[in-house]
Design a protein around this ligand. Structure first.
Ligand code: BMA
Length: 336
């Protein structure tokens, strides 16, 4: 991935960085070539002149599969492949018995192919599986790489100190669900599991449970990451999205973390749906010439939506966010 961004002066506050597409929701179940319940939480990629979305499509049984849609402008005119790229094959892949969900796409220049990190919904709970494709027509499964419960995974596009790196979100039996990082020599065997970014506590928007959104984006300031936080309320969780910056050479180090969310459920299609009050980013595409960051997200677990920002303004904000190492009383850590 090309390194992007440069210094700018921005007067926007964090919640104004992303602007919703006037075409939202950009994809709904009515546009699909077959009947289904919902379409949401897409992986995103730029392939040649097209934006490719790998859509999560939940069928009328409740089981999800992954289907490709292509568009020249990334907003409209979506063309669908005839069949799904990845559909559960429980006979040979029993971990997919209840579906394949929430893909994240990472281009790996070294291998000349895309890594698809997705959630396989097994009888023992969701787990992280990997598959590879070079063209979004043919697919090769690598299989499960993290046991249940674990989800919200994406690969870094290149090796870090000689090893592949992945962010993911295990759900521990006890306590909050934080984001972790793991390493692999071959994309199959993963270890050196490291706690990366902690869910905050109490009333914070990202208290209790967080998870990575799109794959880490390499910029000259560091790895930009977007993550969701699920804030519990009496009427269920509210899913919002925030930003952080990881050290370029050692992404185990969180350089900056914005306090305020940058995207929350405000629009009607975000506040109602199969699950209400959900924005769930899973893909982004950069147009460096246009200084544009296009963020694709599931809304209300029912439709696909798009919000765009100037990448330079996003980086300007994240650069000026607090350093997590500098803890404050409001962080609610154990020493307060
Ligand atoms: C998460 C995942 C997502 C879903 C989100 C909001 O745990 O299951 O697929 O979009 O919850 O319901």
């Amino acid at each position: 991935m090309e390194r992007c961004g440069g210094p700018t002066v921005s007067t926007l506050d964090g919640s104004q960085l992303f602007r919703r597409s006037t075409g939202n929701p950009i994809l709904t179940v009515d546009q699909l070539p077959y009947r289904a319940n919902t379409v949401f939480n897409p992986g995103a990629a730029r392939v040649g002149a097209d934006t490719v979305l790998l859509l999560r499509i939940e069928d009328l049984r409740g089981i999800s599969k992954l289907q490709v849609a292509r568009s020249a402008d990334g907003v409209s005119g979506w063309r669908f492949d005839t069949g799904p790229l990845l559909e559960p094959e429980p006979d040979v892949h029993p971990e997919e018995i209840w579906g394949c969900e929430d893909p994240r796409l990472t281009w790996l220049p070294e291998r000349g192919e895309w890594a698809i990190a997705y959630t396989a919904y097994s009888r023992r709970g969701p787990l992280v599986s990997l598959a590879m494709t070079s063209d979004f027509h043919e697919l090769r499964r690598l299989g499960p790489v993290m046991p249940p419960e674990d989800k919200d995974a994406a690969l870094f596009p290149r090796r870090i100190d000689g090893r592949w790196a992945m962010i993911h979100r295990p759900s521990p039996l006890r306590g909050p669900a934080h984001m972790w990082m793991s390493f692999s020599p071959d994309l199959r065997h993963w270890g050196d599991h490291t706690l990366l970014l902690e869910a905050r506590d109490g009333a914070w928007w990202d208290a209790g449970k967080i998870g990575l959104g799109p794959p880490p984006l390499e910029t000259s300031d560091g790895w930009l990451i977007c993550y969701h936080g699920a804030h519990g309320t009496a009427s269920g969780p509210i899913y919002r999205a925030g930003l952080a910056l990881l050290d370029l050479d050692n992404p185990r180090v969180v350089l900056r973390r914005m306090d305020e969310w940058v995207l929350g459920p405000v629009a009607p299609y975000e506040r109602t749906g199969d699950v209400s009050k959900v924005v769930f980013p899973t893909g982004w595409v950069v147009d460096a010439d246009e200084d544009r960051l296009s963020l694709y997200y599931g809304a209300g677990d029912s439709v696909v939506a798009l919000a765009t920002a100037r990448l330079s303004e996003v980086l300007d904000h994240v650069r000026n966010a607090p350093q997590p190492g500098h803890r404050r009383a409001t962080d609610g850590d154990s020493w307060t």
